[in-house]
Design a protein around this ligand. Structure first.
Ligand SMILES: *Cc1c(COP(=O)(O)O)cnc(C)c1O
Length: 377
């Protein structure tokens, strides 16, 4: 008789040092939490308009500029609400009349539906493929913004963010880097707005958005801000710009979130910056996809190797393997959040392999899966 998934107890050497493999919220490093506890008495519960907190916001903004090696004139904006709220802000404050969207999964499709439903914008151009690959943007005189994700977290497909050939300098490239930022290499000069939230590669908590903006993007924000278009103040990027320059947010942020983010950015910089982070993610990806390719029952969901995400890996399983039962068995052993994106509806596991995750733990995870599959029958 096959045992129940929740009754299978992994041998101790098949338990990773940290069992958090979620694609967001993702593993928060114990060192960051300890640093927050140490700083708490003089930090938590103090005014976000005073130096104590504003200096941490400054560390975040300067740290992001250094981490991404932003070109001159690029500025880091931040405000409350996470990426989903940033989409609404972008529809108000960055897109003038019409946008083009690449859609190849849940998150890219959500942003396209925001602009489709915005009454002040024209019907967006949407270029779509199935979820196991990605389309490419193409220059279009009808649009003023090109929108696509760096990494489609729902499917584990990544792309290299580039301006479409033939795009004009007044057309903006808006990249949803929520899960890619901090773990994947990119050329900031190919982007005008590279936006993200801290709960993926930055191993922090959600609820905040950040956006690295080019001078062209800043110009667009200022122009729309002065145009008389009605914008709810909490979504107004002109206000976010003004507040960010003062090292604060328009309304009160979660101070713990800001602290954890600053700590993680400085950890990344200290270890060697984006190149170090991306190399670590490359290593985890190689372990996981290499294992799946060699396995008799698992295969990478994404066919083309260069489109396989190095931050959120998706692995399909043969019909003979019950992937939901496997995820339950892992969970019962403290290895959590390997379930796939629900709406994708695949017999799959999805593994967050962000910079905070130890590649060694990824290797242990593959051995744990082998062990469980053998016993689940
Ligand atoms: C997680 C994620 C989002 C949503 O982020 P929230 O901060 O929860 O709104 C959007 N886009 C991508 C690519 C993501 O990975």
């Amino acid at each position: 008789m096959t045992p129940k998934p929740s009754e299978l107890v992994l041998p101790p050497d098949l338990i990773p040092s940290d069992g958090r493999f979620g694609s967001g919220p993702s593993k928060v490093r114990a060192e960051a939490v300890a640093a927050l506890v140490d700083a708490a008495p003089g930090y938590l519960g103090t005014s976000h308009r005073r130096d104590g907190v504003r200096s941490v916001v400054r560390r975040v903004r300067e740290g992001i500029s250094a981490l991404f090696q932003l070109p001159d004139g690029y500025e880091v904006l931040l405000s409350n609400g996470g990426t989903t709220v940033f989409w609404d802000s972008a529809a108000f404050g960055l897109i003038e009349t019409r946008s083009q969207h690449l859609v190849f999964g849940e998150f890219s499709s959500k942003f396209a539906s925001v602009t489709r439903n915005a009454p002040h914008l024209e019907e967006p151009e949407v270029i779509e493929t199935g979820p196991s690959t990605h389309p490419l943007p193409h220059a279009s005189a009808a649009v003023d913004a090109y929108c696509f994700p760096h990494n489609e977290t729902s499917t584990g497909v990544m792309l290299d963010p580039r301006r479409p050939e033939g795009a004009t300098p007044d057309q903006l490239v808006l990249v949803d880097a929520t899960s890619g930022a901090g773990g994947l290499r990119f050329d900031p000069a190919q982007t005008d707005v590279y936006y993200f939230a801290p709960q993926k590669c930055f191993g922090g908590d959600g609820g905040l958005w950040l956006a690295a903006c080019s001078p062209a993007a800043i110009g667009r924000i200022e122009r729309i801000g002065a145009s008389g278009r009605w914008v709810p103040p909490s979504l107004d990027l002109a206000i976010a710009l003004e507040q960010s320059r003062l090292e604060q947010t328009y309304n009160t942020p979660a101070l713990a979130t800001v602290f954890l983010l600053a700590h993680q950015i400085e950890w990344m910089l200290h270890e060697g910056g984006i190149e170090w982070c991306a190399s670590r993610c490359d290593r985890s990806a190689e372990i996981l996809y290499g294992w799946a390719e060699a396995s008799s029952f698992a295969t990478p969901f994404v066919e083309k190797p260069d489109e396989r995400s190095h931050v959120t890996a998706t692995i399909d399983f043969d019909e003979a393997v019950d992937a939901p039962a496997l995820a339950r068995a892992l969970r019962a052993n403290g290895i959590v959040d390997t379930e796939p994106y629900r709406k994708l509806g695949r017999n799959q596991l999805r593994v967050g392999i962000f910079p905070a995750v130890e590649p060694e733990d990824v290797a242990t995870l593959t051995h744990a899966i082998d062990w469980l599959v053998e016993r689940l029958g």
